[in-house]
Design a protein around this ligand. Structure first.
Ligand SMILES: Cc1ncc(COP(=O)(O)O)c(C=O)c1O
Length: 384
Protein backbone atom coordinates (compact mmCIF):
# COMPACT_ATOMS: atom_id res chain seq x y z
CA UNK A 1 0.00 0.00 0.00
CA UNK A 2 1.52 3.34 -1.00
CA UNK A 3 1.11 6.46 1.12
CA UNK A 4 0.38 8.63 -1.95
CA UNK A 5 -3.39 8.03 -2.23
CA UNK A 6 -3.64 8.67 1.46
CA UNK A 7 -1.89 12.01 1.24
CA UNK A 8 -4.28 13.14 -1.45
CA UNK A 9 -7.28 12.65 0.85
CA UNK A 10 -6.13 15.03 3.57
CA UNK A 11 -9.50 16.46 4.37
CA UNK A 12 -11.42 16.61 7.61
CA UNK A 13 -13.50 13.54 8.33
CA UNK A 14 -15.90 12.54 11.12
CA UNK A 15 -14.21 12.08 14.48
CA UNK A 16 -13.58 8.44 15.35
CA UNK A 17 -12.79 7.37 18.92
CA UNK A 18 -9.61 5.29 19.04
CA UNK A 19 -8.63 4.65 22.67
CA UNK A 20 -5.01 4.07 23.53
CA UNK A 21 -5.95 0.93 25.50
CA UNK A 22 -9.22 -0.97 25.68
CA UNK A 23 -9.41 -3.29 28.68
CA UNK A 24 -13.22 -3.39 28.68
CA UNK A 25 -13.06 -4.82 25.14
CA UNK A 26 -10.69 -7.49 26.39
CA UNK A 27 -13.14 -8.47 29.13
CA UNK A 28 -16.05 -8.53 26.69
CA UNK A 29 -14.10 -10.85 24.38
CA UNK A 30 -13.19 -13.35 27.11
CA UNK A 31 -16.04 -12.98 29.60
CA UNK A 32 -17.61 -16.39 29.02
CA UNK A 33 -14.36 -18.29 29.49
CA UNK A 34 -12.97 -16.08 32.22
CA UNK A 35 -15.77 -15.81 34.76
CA UNK A 36 -16.04 -19.59 35.40
CA UNK A 37 -12.28 -19.68 36.08
CA UNK A 38 -12.62 -16.97 38.71
CA UNK A 39 -15.65 -18.70 40.20
CA UNK A 40 -13.78 -21.99 40.35
CA UNK A 41 -10.84 -20.45 42.21
CA UNK A 42 -13.15 -18.66 44.65
CA UNK A 43 -15.38 -21.69 45.23
CA UNK A 44 -12.34 -23.87 45.91
CA UNK A 45 -11.07 -21.34 48.46
CA UNK A 46 -7.81 -21.46 46.52
CA UNK A 47 -6.41 -17.95 46.71
CA UNK A 48 -2.62 -17.90 46.73
CA UNK A 49 -0.07 -20.05 44.94
CA UNK A 50 -2.54 -22.78 43.92
CA UNK A 51 -2.31 -25.32 41.14
CA UNK A 52 -3.00 -22.72 38.47
CA UNK A 53 0.19 -20.90 39.46
CA UNK A 54 2.36 -23.99 38.93
CA UNK A 55 0.63 -24.69 35.60
CA UNK A 56 1.15 -21.12 34.43
CA UNK A 57 4.83 -21.28 35.39
CA UNK A 58 5.25 -24.51 33.45
CA UNK A 59 3.43 -23.20 30.37
CA UNK A 60 5.48 -20.00 30.20
CA UNK A 61 8.70 -21.95 30.81
CA UNK A 62 7.80 -24.25 27.89
CA UNK A 63 6.96 -21.28 25.68
CA UNK A 64 10.24 -19.55 26.48
CA UNK A 65 12.35 -22.71 26.38
CA UNK A 66 13.75 -22.26 29.91
CA UNK A 67 13.95 -24.68 32.83
CA UNK A 68 12.20 -22.48 35.38
CA UNK A 69 9.63 -19.72 35.59
CA UNK A 70 8.70 -18.30 38.99
CA UNK A 71 5.50 -16.29 39.36
CA UNK A 72 5.68 -13.15 41.48
CA UNK A 73 3.71 -10.08 42.46
CA UNK A 74 5.17 -7.78 39.81
CA UNK A 75 7.77 -7.33 37.13
CA UNK A 76 9.57 -4.97 39.49
CA UNK A 77 9.93 -7.75 42.08
CA UNK A 78 11.18 -10.07 39.35
CA UNK A 79 13.95 -7.59 38.50
CA UNK A 80 14.82 -7.04 42.16
CA UNK A 81 14.88 -10.75 43.03
CA UNK A 82 16.94 -11.44 39.91
CA UNK A 83 19.64 -9.08 41.12
CA UNK A 84 19.53 -10.51 44.65
CA UNK A 85 19.73 -14.07 43.32
CA UNK A 86 22.80 -13.19 41.23
CA UNK A 87 24.52 -11.79 44.31
CA UNK A 88 24.42 -8.13 43.21
CA UNK A 89 24.79 -5.96 46.29
CA UNK A 90 25.77 -2.59 47.72
CA UNK A 91 28.42 -0.81 45.70
CA UNK A 92 28.09 -3.02 42.61
CA UNK A 93 27.31 -1.28 39.35
CA UNK A 94 24.59 -2.38 36.94
CA UNK A 95 24.44 -0.91 33.44
CA UNK A 96 20.98 -0.09 32.11
CA UNK A 97 19.39 2.46 29.72
CA UNK A 98 18.04 5.79 31.02
CA UNK A 99 14.89 5.68 28.87
CA UNK A 100 13.04 2.79 30.52
CA UNK A 101 10.13 2.72 32.91
CA UNK A 102 11.47 3.73 36.32
CA UNK A 103 11.19 0.15 37.67
CA UNK A 104 14.34 -1.07 35.91
CA UNK A 105 16.44 1.43 37.83
CA UNK A 106 14.41 1.15 41.07
CA UNK A 107 15.21 -2.56 41.22
CA UNK A 108 18.92 -1.80 40.99
CA UNK A 109 18.69 0.90 43.65
CA UNK A 110 16.64 -1.29 46.00
CA UNK A 111 19.36 -3.95 46.20
CA UNK A 112 21.84 -1.19 47.10
CA UNK A 113 23.61 -1.29 43.74
CA UNK A 114 24.45 1.72 41.57
CA UNK A 115 22.63 2.23 38.27
CA UNK A 116 25.07 3.23 35.53
CA UNK A 117 23.30 4.45 32.44
CA UNK A 118 24.29 3.78 28.85
CA UNK A 119 22.65 5.70 26.02
CA UNK A 120 20.39 4.13 23.42
CA UNK A 121 20.36 3.90 19.63
CA UNK A 122 17.82 5.23 17.12
CA UNK A 123 15.57 2.25 17.92
CA UNK A 124 15.42 3.33 21.61
CA UNK A 125 17.23 0.19 22.79
CA UNK A 126 20.52 0.26 24.71
CA UNK A 127 23.57 0.78 22.47
CA UNK A 128 26.12 -2.04 22.96
CA UNK A 129 29.01 0.37 22.29
CA UNK A 130 27.73 2.63 25.09
CA UNK A 131 27.58 -0.38 27.43
CA UNK A 132 31.21 -1.14 26.70
CA UNK A 133 32.20 2.46 27.50
CA UNK A 134 30.29 2.38 30.81
CA UNK A 135 32.07 -0.69 32.23
CA UNK A 136 34.28 -0.15 35.30
CA UNK A 137 35.96 -2.46 37.76
CA UNK A 138 32.75 -2.37 39.84
CA UNK A 139 30.39 -3.42 37.03
CA UNK A 140 28.68 -6.70 37.84
CA UNK A 141 25.69 -6.89 35.50
CA UNK A 142 23.93 -5.50 32.45
CA UNK A 143 20.19 -4.95 32.46
CA UNK A 144 19.06 -4.41 28.85
CA UNK A 145 15.43 -3.37 28.40
CA UNK A 146 13.56 -4.72 25.37
CA UNK A 147 11.56 -1.53 25.00
CA UNK A 148 8.27 -1.62 23.07
CA UNK A 149 8.60 -5.42 22.64
CA UNK A 150 11.67 -5.15 20.42
CA UNK A 151 14.61 -7.24 21.61
CA UNK A 152 17.96 -5.47 22.14
CA UNK A 153 21.09 -6.50 20.20
CA UNK A 154 21.61 -9.49 22.46
CA UNK A 155 24.46 -11.08 20.48
CA UNK A 156 26.61 -8.00 21.00
CA UNK A 157 25.47 -7.62 24.62
CA UNK A 158 26.14 -11.31 25.42
CA UNK A 159 29.58 -10.98 23.86
CA UNK A 160 30.37 -7.97 26.08
CA UNK A 161 29.10 -9.83 29.14
CA UNK A 162 31.24 -12.86 28.32
CA UNK A 163 34.38 -10.81 27.76
CA UNK A 164 33.97 -8.86 31.01
CA UNK A 165 32.51 -11.61 33.20
CA UNK A 166 29.17 -9.81 33.68
CA UNK A 167 25.71 -11.24 34.33
CA UNK A 168 22.70 -10.31 32.21
CA UNK A 169 19.24 -9.61 33.65
CA UNK A 170 16.85 -8.97 30.77
CA UNK A 171 14.11 -6.49 31.52
CA UNK A 172 11.62 -8.27 29.30
CA UNK A 173 8.66 -6.54 30.99
CA UNK A 174 7.39 -5.32 27.60
CA UNK A 175 8.49 -8.21 25.41
CA UNK A 176 6.82 -11.48 26.32
CA UNK A 177 6.70 -13.59 23.17
CA UNK A 178 9.23 -11.46 21.26
CA UNK A 179 12.02 -13.42 19.60
CA UNK A 180 15.62 -12.80 18.59
CA UNK A 181 17.32 -15.21 16.17
CA UNK A 182 14.51 -17.64 16.92
CA UNK A 183 14.96 -17.49 20.70
CA UNK A 184 12.50 -16.02 23.15
CA UNK A 185 13.12 -12.77 24.98
CA UNK A 186 13.61 -13.53 28.65
CA UNK A 187 15.67 -16.61 27.75
CA UNK A 188 18.63 -14.74 26.30
CA UNK A 189 20.53 -13.81 29.47
CA UNK A 190 21.03 -15.27 32.96
CA UNK A 191 17.56 -14.22 34.07
CA UNK A 192 14.57 -12.74 32.22
CA UNK A 193 11.87 -10.69 33.92
CA UNK A 194 8.33 -10.21 32.62
CA UNK A 195 5.61 -7.87 33.83
CA UNK A 196 1.98 -8.99 33.86
CA UNK A 197 0.68 -5.48 34.51
CA UNK A 198 -2.80 -4.85 33.03
CA UNK A 199 -1.34 -2.88 30.11
CA UNK A 200 1.09 -5.60 29.04
CA UNK A 201 0.43 -7.99 26.14
CA UNK A 202 0.03 -10.85 28.63
CA UNK A 203 -1.85 -9.14 31.43
CA UNK A 204 -3.29 -10.02 34.80
CA UNK A 205 -6.40 -8.33 36.17
CA UNK A 206 -4.01 -6.53 38.50
CA UNK A 207 -0.30 -6.80 39.16
CA UNK A 208 1.92 -9.79 38.53
CA UNK A 209 5.35 -10.73 37.23
CA UNK A 210 7.40 -13.72 36.09
CA UNK A 211 11.07 -14.56 36.43
CA UNK A 212 12.59 -16.97 33.88
CA UNK A 213 15.91 -18.77 34.26
CA UNK A 214 17.81 -21.94 33.41
CA UNK A 215 19.66 -21.77 36.74
CA UNK A 216 18.24 -24.22 39.31
CA UNK A 217 19.83 -22.34 42.22
CA UNK A 218 18.38 -19.00 41.13
CA UNK A 219 14.90 -20.50 40.76
CA UNK A 220 15.05 -22.14 44.17
CA UNK A 221 16.25 -18.93 45.83
CA UNK A 222 13.54 -16.80 44.17
CA UNK A 223 10.83 -19.29 45.14
CA UNK A 224 12.00 -18.85 48.72
CA UNK A 225 12.32 -15.09 48.52
CA UNK A 226 8.73 -14.72 47.30
CA UNK A 227 7.43 -16.54 50.38
CA UNK A 228 9.18 -15.01 53.42
CA UNK A 229 12.41 -16.85 52.71
CA UNK A 230 10.86 -20.10 53.91
CA UNK A 231 12.03 -23.48 52.65
CA UNK A 232 9.04 -25.11 54.33
CA UNK A 233 6.26 -23.97 56.61
CA UNK A 234 8.43 -23.77 59.69
CA UNK A 235 11.89 -23.04 58.35
CA UNK A 236 13.00 -19.55 57.42
CA UNK A 237 16.29 -19.83 55.58
CA UNK A 238 16.65 -16.09 54.98
CA UNK A 239 14.51 -13.00 55.50
CA UNK A 240 12.31 -12.78 52.44
CA UNK A 241 9.33 -10.97 51.00
CA UNK A 242 5.67 -11.52 50.16
CA UNK A 243 5.51 -11.68 46.38
CA UNK A 244 3.21 -14.55 45.45
CA UNK A 245 0.84 -14.59 42.50
CA UNK A 246 -2.84 -15.09 43.32
CA UNK A 247 -4.43 -18.32 42.06
CA UNK A 248 -7.27 -16.35 40.47
CA UNK A 249 -4.76 -14.24 38.54
CA UNK A 250 -2.91 -17.34 37.41
CA UNK A 251 -6.15 -18.86 36.12
CA UNK A 252 -6.91 -15.68 34.17
CA UNK A 253 -3.35 -15.54 32.89
CA UNK A 254 -3.47 -19.15 31.64
CA UNK A 255 -6.50 -18.29 29.56
CA UNK A 256 -4.78 -15.19 28.23
CA UNK A 257 -1.55 -17.06 27.56
CA UNK A 258 -3.49 -19.41 25.29
CA UNK A 259 -4.46 -16.32 23.28
CA UNK A 260 -1.15 -14.48 23.34
CA UNK A 261 -0.21 -15.51 19.81
CA UNK A 262 -3.47 -14.02 18.54
CA UNK A 263 -2.91 -10.80 20.54
CA UNK A 264 0.58 -10.48 19.06
CA UNK A 265 -0.68 -11.21 15.54
CA UNK A 266 -3.29 -8.45 15.80
CA UNK A 267 -0.77 -5.98 17.18
CA UNK A 268 1.71 -6.87 14.45
CA UNK A 269 -1.00 -6.39 11.83
CA UNK A 270 -1.67 -2.91 13.25
CA UNK A 271 2.04 -2.06 13.30
CA UNK A 272 2.40 -3.22 9.70
CA UNK A 273 -0.46 -0.91 8.72
CA UNK A 274 1.26 2.04 10.39
CA UNK A 275 4.43 1.17 8.49
CA UNK A 276 2.52 1.34 5.23
CA UNK A 277 0.44 4.40 5.97
CA UNK A 278 2.47 6.87 8.04
CA UNK A 279 4.24 9.55 6.04
CA UNK A 280 7.93 8.82 6.58
CA UNK A 281 8.92 12.32 5.55
CA UNK A 282 7.66 13.42 8.97
CA UNK A 283 7.41 10.30 11.08
CA UNK A 284 10.35 8.13 12.12
CA UNK A 285 10.02 4.62 13.50
CA UNK A 286 12.66 1.89 13.56
CA UNK A 287 12.45 -0.77 10.87
CA UNK A 288 11.90 -4.40 11.70
CA UNK A 289 14.98 -6.58 11.52
CA UNK A 290 14.61 -9.83 9.61
CA UNK A 291 15.78 -11.97 12.50
CA UNK A 292 13.37 -10.82 15.23
CA UNK A 293 9.68 -10.89 16.01
CA UNK A 294 8.65 -7.62 17.66
CA UNK A 295 5.45 -7.91 19.69
CA UNK A 296 4.47 -4.22 19.84
CA UNK A 297 3.65 -3.69 23.46
CA UNK A 298 3.77 -0.13 22.15
CA UNK A 299 4.16 1.51 18.74
CA UNK A 300 6.38 4.54 19.27
CA UNK A 301 7.04 7.15 16.60
CA UNK A 302 9.58 9.97 16.72
CA UNK A 303 8.36 13.33 15.41
CA UNK A 304 8.94 17.07 15.52
CA UNK A 305 6.18 19.06 17.25
CA UNK A 306 5.29 16.03 19.41
CA UNK A 307 3.16 17.90 21.97
CA UNK A 308 1.17 19.73 19.29
CA UNK A 309 0.59 16.44 17.46
CA UNK A 310 -0.54 14.78 20.69
CA UNK A 311 -3.08 17.55 21.29
CA UNK A 312 -4.23 17.42 17.66
CA UNK A 313 -4.77 13.67 17.86
CA UNK A 314 -6.70 14.02 21.14
CA UNK A 315 -8.96 16.52 19.36
CA UNK A 316 -9.53 13.88 16.66
CA UNK A 317 -10.61 11.30 19.29
CA UNK A 318 -7.28 9.44 19.38
CA UNK A 319 -5.61 8.39 22.64
CA UNK A 320 -1.81 8.50 22.76
CA UNK A 321 0.87 8.34 25.45
CA UNK A 322 4.53 9.22 25.94
CA UNK A 323 6.92 6.46 27.09
CA UNK A 324 8.73 8.24 28.78
CA UNK A 325 8.87 12.04 28.77
CA UNK A 326 11.50 12.42 31.53
CA UNK A 327 14.57 10.17 31.27
CA UNK A 328 15.44 8.36 34.49
CA UNK A 329 18.79 10.14 34.97
CA UNK A 330 16.90 13.46 35.10
CA UNK A 331 14.26 12.32 37.61
CA UNK A 332 14.46 14.00 41.04
CA UNK A 333 14.92 10.57 42.65
CA UNK A 334 18.12 10.05 40.63
CA UNK A 335 19.71 13.37 41.62
CA UNK A 336 22.11 11.63 43.99
CA UNK A 337 23.80 9.85 41.09
CA UNK A 338 24.99 13.20 39.74
CA UNK A 339 23.86 12.99 36.13
CA UNK A 340 23.16 16.16 34.14
CA UNK A 341 21.23 17.28 31.08
CA UNK A 342 23.37 16.39 28.07
CA UNK A 343 24.79 13.17 29.53
CA UNK A 344 22.67 10.93 27.27
CA UNK A 345 21.94 12.99 24.15
CA UNK A 346 20.11 10.31 22.17
CA UNK A 347 17.74 9.47 25.02
CA UNK A 348 17.15 13.16 25.76
CA UNK A 349 16.47 14.06 22.12
CA UNK A 350 14.05 11.14 21.82
CA UNK A 351 12.25 12.08 25.05
CA UNK A 352 11.11 15.27 23.33
CA UNK A 353 10.08 13.51 20.11
CA UNK A 354 8.50 10.19 21.06
CA UNK A 355 4.78 9.56 20.86
CA UNK A 356 3.05 6.21 21.41
CA UNK A 357 0.17 5.56 19.03
CA UNK A 358 -2.64 3.07 19.77
CA UNK A 359 -1.64 -0.38 18.56
CA UNK A 360 -3.72 -2.54 20.92
CA UNK A 361 -5.37 -5.68 19.56
CA UNK A 362 -8.83 -4.10 19.69
CA UNK A 363 -7.92 -1.28 17.32
CA UNK A 364 -9.28 -2.31 13.93
CA UNK A 365 -7.50 -1.76 10.61
CA UNK A 366 -9.99 1.09 10.03
CA UNK A 367 -8.98 2.62 13.37
CA UNK A 368 -5.29 2.40 12.51
CA UNK A 369 -5.84 3.88 9.04
CA UNK A 370 -7.78 6.73 10.66
CA UNK A 371 -4.94 7.41 13.14
CA UNK A 372 -2.36 7.35 10.35
CA UNK A 373 -4.46 9.75 8.27
CA UNK A 374 -4.77 12.16 11.18
CA UNK A 375 -1.02 12.06 11.88
CA UNK A 376 -0.28 12.74 8.21
CA UNK A 377 -2.92 15.44 8.09
CA UNK A 378 -1.31 17.21 11.04
CA UNK A 379 1.97 17.51 9.16
CA UNK A 380 0.20 18.56 5.94
CA UNK A 381 -1.68 21.27 7.82
CA UNK A 382 1.39 22.55 9.60
CA UNK A 383 3.25 22.45 6.24
CA UNK A 384 6.51 21.41 7.82
C1 LIG B 1 10.35 -1.72 30.99
C2 LIG B 1 9.62 -2.06 32.26
N1 LIG B 1 10.32 -2.52 33.31
C3 LIG B 1 9.71 -2.87 34.45
C4 LIG B 1 8.35 -2.75 34.60
C5 LIG B 1 7.75 -3.10 35.91
O1 LIG B 1 6.77 -4.06 35.85
P1 LIG B 1 5.60 -4.08 36.95
O2 LIG B 1 4.73 -2.89 36.71
O3 LIG B 1 4.91 -5.37 36.71
O4 LIG B 1 6.25 -4.03 38.29
C6 LIG B 1 7.58 -2.27 33.52
C7 LIG B 1 6.12 -2.14 33.54
O5 LIG B 1 5.43 -1.66 34.32
C8 LIG B 1 8.23 -1.91 32.34
O6 LIG B 1 7.55 -1.43 31.28
Amino acid sequence: MSSQPLLSTMRAEPIRQVPYVNLPAQFAEEREQLLPLVEHALAAGDHVGGEAVALLEKEVADMCGVRHVVALNSGTDALMFALVALGIRAGDEVITPPNSFIASTSAIVHVGAIPVFADVGPDQNIDPAAIERAITSRTKAIMPVHLTGRVCEMDAISDIARRHGLRIVEDAAQSIGSTYHGRMSGALGDIGCFSLHPLKNLNAAGDGGLLATNDDGVAERVMRLRNHGMSDRNTVVEFGFVSRLDTMQAAILRLRLSRLADVVARRRRNAALYRDLLDRRHVFFPGERGDTVDTYHTFVVQVDHRDALKTWLADQGIGTAVHYPVPIHLQPAAARFGYRIGDFPVTEAQAARILTLPVNQFATPEDIAYVARQVNRFFERTRI
